[in-house]
Each structure stands twice: as structure tokens, then as C-alpha cells.
Design a binder for this molecule. Sequence first.
Ligand code: HEM
Length: 449
Amino acid sequence: MIPPKPPARPDKVSLGRYMRLFRQDILSAQPARLYRAWMAEFKTPFFRSFLMNQPELVDEVLKQRPDDFPKSSRISEGLRPLLGESVFLTNGETWKRQRRIIDPAFEGGRLRDTFPAMWQAAEACVARMQGQAGQEVEVEEITSHAAADVIFRTLFSLPIEHEVASQVFHQFRAYQREQPILNIAAFVPLPRWIPRFHSRKTKATAKTIRDLITQLTTERMAQIEAGTAPNDLATKIMTTADPKTGDRFSTQEMVDQVAIFFLAGHETSASALAWTLYLMALYPEWQEKLAAEAQVLGAPEFSVMSKLRLSRDVFREALRLYPPVPMMVRQATCPERFRDRDVPKGSQIVLSPWHLHRHERLWDNPDGFDPTRWGTENGKKCQREAYMPFSAGARVCTGAGFAMVEGPLILSMILRAYRVERIEGRDPVPVAHLTVRSKDGIWLRLVRR
Ligand code: HEM
């Protein structure tokens, strides 16, 4: 059985129908030819947008000339009230400075320091699941909770049960329902002269979240000054000086960054883990292999990660089939010519991990689930050239290394304790809103081992 794939739309549809499809789900709004195309153009009355689906083109936009293709400001609009000037939204010098301060906190060596906190979150997740053994459960709910717990424990040394942490978690859910990251405006931008409204509710939710985070960062700044701060990611980021200018984040700047760590770091990991669990239910032989491998989990030592090879390959394959961020948008700052086509200044450049990861001219068995592919010639080549769940180049996800530890660790811990089973007639249907989610959740039966 092939893992679920959304139906493609017919090749030609009216703009009105396209917009309607788009609002439902950006994946099924696309035609099947995109799984074979190197480049495609979408023309609408207001704008032109180009999908880059060839490794060389993606390389040029993301790796060779990132400064010429900044983040499209249009995608930012829905997120500004919540994220302010966070590293996810900024461009140019502001963005470069922010990365210089943030990146050291996520380097390899620091991951080792963060590991015990991730481990505790994974254990807490398994413990919470105890009450649900024998039941049919919605796994996105479980993985969201776990991923939020990881963020709070690693960033602020707080478990998700902490009052402020738990409030932030619940308020974020409300915000996402009102204001998805990948809103329609990002792909089908309205002309500039149409004013944009954020509903009063969206603004109020954003303010509540920011007030809560301000509380955390203010407290932390005081602890840093008093010399009593714990050695976690927040302390690391707030005490790191920009190597170029010597300055640090102010408390307010840190609020913007914490908001994005939470948003970018928990929805995505949660989605990836939930899809991985579903795939395990679909391919029980793999599930058994991972459960056997997970017997190596003993003490919370970072070195154990090198023994969870199958878990990592499975997680990587899940990120290929269900990349949590299915598409990204950039803007051309000067006129370009790609594949003998004129790409005017201001065009939206769409990069689609979703399509690239299933490209029929690049991958062997593109829609199949095969974690052994990473050991094959084709798999290795495609991993280098056509695999970008974390984006690529200068703007690559800061949390990529972090996520590749967190994901396989939680997966292995869950499968050591429980078996997940497919529920007949309840297979998930992938749709893309904020992240690639399932239309009606991902339901599995949980059985204690
Ligand atoms: C499976 C988990 C994850 C996936 C698939 C993922 C994917 C991505 C992608 C595709 C981008 C680029 C978006 C764009 O260019 O439009 C991104 C950016 C980012 N991610 Fe992640 N992410 C994950 C986990 C995390 C975690 C755990 C953190 C932090 C704790 C994080 C923090 C960020 C930040 C700060 C950015 C903005 C980087 C920049 O623009 O310079 N992500 N992520």
C-alpha cells in the first residue's frame, strides 16, 4: 500500500476554482504535472509566481544567491502581530545579525547539553500515554504536546505543565486556528492597495502570547544579571554577543525570537512525528524493527543517538513524504531568466519540498515508503540534491539538527513502550495549512507492549 497522497486537480481550472481549492488545501489545488515539471508558472490577474522544481534552480535561489531572493514580505503579514521582528520574517542585515546571535545555541556541541531535557520530555510523553493504552487516539494531539514540552524544557528549563508554558501552548493553538502561517495571501497576494486586517481576536491572542513570553524573558534577564540563570537555550542566546558588533538581544528582541522558536519548533516536529507514527502503523514490520532497536535506550546519554540508525532513517523518510513545511516563498529582487523564461522583478518564487521530494524524474519509487533508500545511490544523490525538509542554504532551519535528534528519540521511546495500529477506514488525508496535517487528525490504536 502506498502512503496517502492528496488527489491532484485537473490540469486546467478557472481562477475562481483554483482559489477555492487553494483555500481548502494548497496540495490538492496543484496539478499532477508538478511532480514531473522542472519549473512552472502560475499566472493570475495580480501577480506571477514561479515554482522552481529543479535541483539546480533551487540551489541557485537558496544557496548561491539567497540575498537576491529574500523572504517574500507577503507571507509575513499574517504573522507580524505575533512574531514582530523575529528571525523567521526579517531580511538583510537585521536577519544576518539575528542569526549570528542565535546559531551558536543550536550548534552540534550545544545539542549534547540540550539532550537531557529532550529525554525528559520524551519520557513524560510516554508516561502521559499510559492512560490511553488500549484506546483509539489522535496522535497529533500527543505529538504536539510532546514537541511543546521539548521547546519549553530546552529553552527555559520548564516543563509544559508550568503555568505560563501551558498557557502559551494553549494560546498558540488558538492563534494558529485563526491565522495559519501558510495563508492564501502568500501565494495569491492581493494588490498592495488593499488594506490587510487582522481580526481583533487574532491581535488579542497575539498580545496575550507576547505578554506571557515577556514574563519569561524578563525573569530570565533578571536571573542572568543575578548569576542564577540555568544553562539552557534561552540563557545561551541572551548572553551571546554578536561577534561583529558586540551587542546582545534586548529582552524585547528576545520575545520575538522565543515566539518563533515555539511556533517553528513545535508545530513542525509534531506534524513529522505524527506522520511517522502513522507510517509505522501502516508498515508494522518497520515498527517492530524500531522497537527492537529502541532496546539500546538506557541512560540519557547523547551517544545513544548514533545507535538509533533505523529510527533516523524512518524519520527522514517520513519528512520526505510529509514535509511539515510543504512550500516556501521568496521574491525576485531583480529581473531573472530561468530555463529560457523571463521572471520579472517582484515575482514570487515558490520552492516546494512537497513536489521536489516526490519528483518522478529524480526519485526511485517516489511515492513509496522505503527507509532503506538512504543507503542506495539514488537515495544518496537525492538526499543531497532534492531533499530539503529544513530548506537549504543560509536560511536553513536553525533547528534542523535539534529536530533530527528530538524526532528519532521520541519515536523510539514511544515504540519501545507501545505498538500503534492502523484503524480500518480512518486513514489520514494530508492537507497543508500551517504545516502538512491530516484533514481529520491522525487516529491510531495504541497497544501497550
Ligand atoms: C521537523 C521539524 C522541523 C522542520 C521540518 C522545520 C522546517 C523549517 C523550514 C522549511 C524552514 C524555512 C522556512 C522558510 O524559509 O520559509 C525553517 C525555518 C526555521 N526554523 Fe525550522 N523546522 C523544524 C524544527 C525547528 C525547531 C525545533 C526549531 C527551533 C527550536 C526551528 C526553528 C526555525 C527557525 C528559527 C527558522 C527561521 C530561520 C531563518 O529564516 O533564518 N525549527 N524550519
